[in-house]
Design a protein around this ligand. Sequence first.
Ligand SMILES: NC(=O)c1ccc[n+]([C@@H]2O[C@H](COP(=O)([O-])OP(=O)(O)OC[C@H]3O[C@@H](n4cnc5c(N)ncnc54)[C@H](OP(=O)(O)O)[C@@H]3O)[C@@H](O)[C@H]2O)c1
Length: 337
Amino acid sequence: MKKYVLKAGSTSLDSLVSIECDTPQVKPHEVLIRVHACSLNFRDQAVVTGNYFGGVLTEDTVPLSDGAGEVAAVGDEVTEFKVGDRVAGLFFQNWHDGPPNPTAGPALGAAGCDGMLAEYVCLPEAGVTKIPETLSYEEAATLPCAGVTAWNALMCGRRPIKAGDCVCVLGTGGVSMIGLGIAHAAGAHVVVTSSSDEKLERAKKLGAAAGVNYKSTPEWGPAVAAASNRGGADVVVEVGGAGTLAQSMQAVNFNGEIALIGVLTREGDTTPHPLMLKGASIRGIFVGNKAMAEDLAAAIDVNGMKPAIDKVFPYEDAAEAFRHQQTGAFGKVVIKI
Ligand SMILES: NC(=O)c1ccc[n+]([C@@H]2O[C@H](COP(=O)([O-])OP(=O)(O)OC[C@H]3O[C@@H](n4cnc5c(N)ncnc54)[C@H](OP(=O)(O)O)[C@@H]3O)[C@@H](O)[C@H]2O)c1
């Protein structure tokens, strides 16, 4: 079989190489997955450059947390899956339900845990979930990190969103475009921000009620509140980081919640005191657990949601897929295997 590895010491895509190796053999509690598609997340770029948790890789590591495929073999003790089941790996291999905890890891595709960019992958059955019946492998490969993160942000907070709420998603990347799909299906009024008017128009075709260009409107927080149906966003999908948090606090509604997710920007005013006046709060999000992945899959099948895919690359062009994602894709970048 073939798989990609990032060589130990990787700081650039020069270290991404495809190699031939033996197909792994299942242990009693493992499933062997024939991977059909993977998707990229912003964090995968950080793994390449040695800027993710754990720093520069000290061992050759298979990249990418997100991949979907079919079960090719099961170990003797496996009870949940059978050969032929359509599955994906879970971002956190040991977080099954309940609140975040210190033993959720390891996370696929980073230091200490090989990821999914391979023809075959063996995972413990507890680290695997069934994918939605209504999605292709390419579409389902977008869910383990970006999809579950968006679901957690919108559905697992102090007050899960409901019809008539306002949701603001920042930018048109992977997490935000899946967030748009979930919020729209729930009946929310979705306001999208973007650096591009053209992308805002595309987001409106996917159900966004309004768009604000954060480049031409640097004070976009009040503009989002003005574009809301109720004075502000009940949930802000905050993927921007320190440089966007002050505006997100302007955008959030009274009693609303900022889902603290991203680090796209590192510098800015992060004092939380504007939230005090609104009784609003910030909730840290770190992807999510298996129960969230299962609920997301069920919601997708009921609502017919389709994750926005910007472009699909063949296995041979994996490095090109990484470069394309750096340009600011609309939704997800996928690699077909
Ligand atoms: N905490 C977690 O569990 C978790 C999980 C997943 C992702 N994340 C983080 O969330 C962030 C987004 O991840 P992703 O995979 O969705 O990334 P992505 O697909 O690469 O999204 C990039 C998009 O973000 C938008 N963006 C960039 N700078 C922005 C800014 N200053 N304000 C608003 N939008 C901006 C741009 O949209 P436009 O082109 O439309 O301007 C860009 O296309 C990353 O920091 C990632 O590490 C965290």
